[in-house]
Design a protein around this ligand. Structure first.
Ligand code: DC
Length: 232
């Protein structure tokens, strides 16, 4: 494989397995994996902790001015953990308290501007796989490969339930379904950069695909896109 690197974007609904696939793809290609949702979650955690009134633009501005986000590679996960003002918050941002507030925070134009700027900086050198909701449409509209992931809602609910129950057995299927439906709705209906399938995205419906089948399919597309970029 020659050395022209590309940008791969992976957008789609909540709990479709975007991060798992993005991480595997990045590892196979020797690319950097960035979970853009972790950035919105870490910002939300900060807002919760500091009781930021999201209806007050000045309070939001002040809070963003106090937020420093970094990623640090965690060898045990084979992916990067997110660091908020020097504190590794990777585990905390996955909790329900953050999940139930993140869509409102991610809907704020100023928050998106703040996160998108950092995401674009991370992609400057290419060789990146980034997953999220607006990566192929807003963050990297020029990306060489855009994947849009989707799956049956009930399948997504079961996958998410299993993940959450590993750390919190009190979580019920109804709680997970309600949170997922609410996030789907807010993500797709917000004014700022709603979740949309880019017109040039390749669709990956993984309802009936095993992780390895999805991976093989995405890797094939990635190799094809890299070949094309190198031929130009
Ligand atoms: O992918 P995730 O579930 O960790 O994302 C958390 C929330 O952040 C989700 O409700 C949508 C939002 N998000 C977004 O608006 N734009 C992105 N690029 C990534 C996530």
């Amino acid at each position: 494989m020659s050395d022209q690197k590309i940008i791969i974007t992976l957008d789609g609904w909540s709990s479709c397995g975007k991060s798992t696939l993005a991480k595997a793809l990045a590892a196979a290609l020797g690319y950097v994996f960035v979970d853009s949702g972790a950035m919105y979650r870490a910002i939300t955690l900060f807002f919760i902790r500091h009781q930021v009134n999201i209806a007050d633009p000045l309070a939001v501005e002040k809070a963003l001015g106090s937020i420093q986000l970094h990623f640090v590679f965690n060898p045990s996960r084979g992916a990067s953990d997110i660091v908020l003002n020097g504190e590794n918050v990777e585990a905390l941002i996955r909790e329900m308290a953050v999940a139930s507030r993140v869509s409102e925070v991610a809907a704020l134009a100023r928050v998106r501007q703040f996160a998108v700027q950092q995401q674009q900086r991370l992609g400057k050198e290419k060789g990146i796989v980034m997953d999220g909701r607006d990566i192929g449409t807003v963050v990297f509209p020029q990306a060489e490969l855009k994947i849009f992931m989707t799956a049956d809602k009930e399948i997504r609910v079961q996958r998410r339930l299993k993940e959450l129950q590993a750390t919190n057995p009190a979580i019920t299927v109804d709680m997970v379904r309600e949170n997922l439906e609410q996030r789907d709705y807010l993500d797709a209906n917000r004014t700022e950069s709603p979740l949309r399938q880019a017109t040039d995205a390749r669709v990956l419906d993984n309802s009936k695909l095993s992780p390895s089948q999805q991976f093989e399919m995405a890797l094939l597309w990635a190799r094809e896109a890299i070949r094309k970029a190198n031929a130009q």
